[in-house]
Design a protein around this ligand. Sequence first.
Ligand SMILES: [Zn+2]
Length: 81
Amino acid sequence: MSDLTMQHLTTEELELWAQGLLGAARTMHLTECTLCFAEAQQERRLHLTLSQLPLFAPRAGFADRVMAQVKVPKTSGEFRA
Ligand SMILES: [Zn+2]
């Protein structure tokens, strides 16, 4: 077993793993360490939960209603010194 598979995963590595981006050598650690495996599962669950949150979008016509309230100053004509 190499040092790479012995060390506990960092928070960044756990996040990478949850995204499926962690290298094989580090992923191996999860098969041997219940501590990191438990944390990794939690991280993956968090990612899943976040990905299932509904996306909030403004109702139709939102931009029009906002723009109706926007007062565009009238141009003051030509500048005279
Ligand atoms: Zn570990």
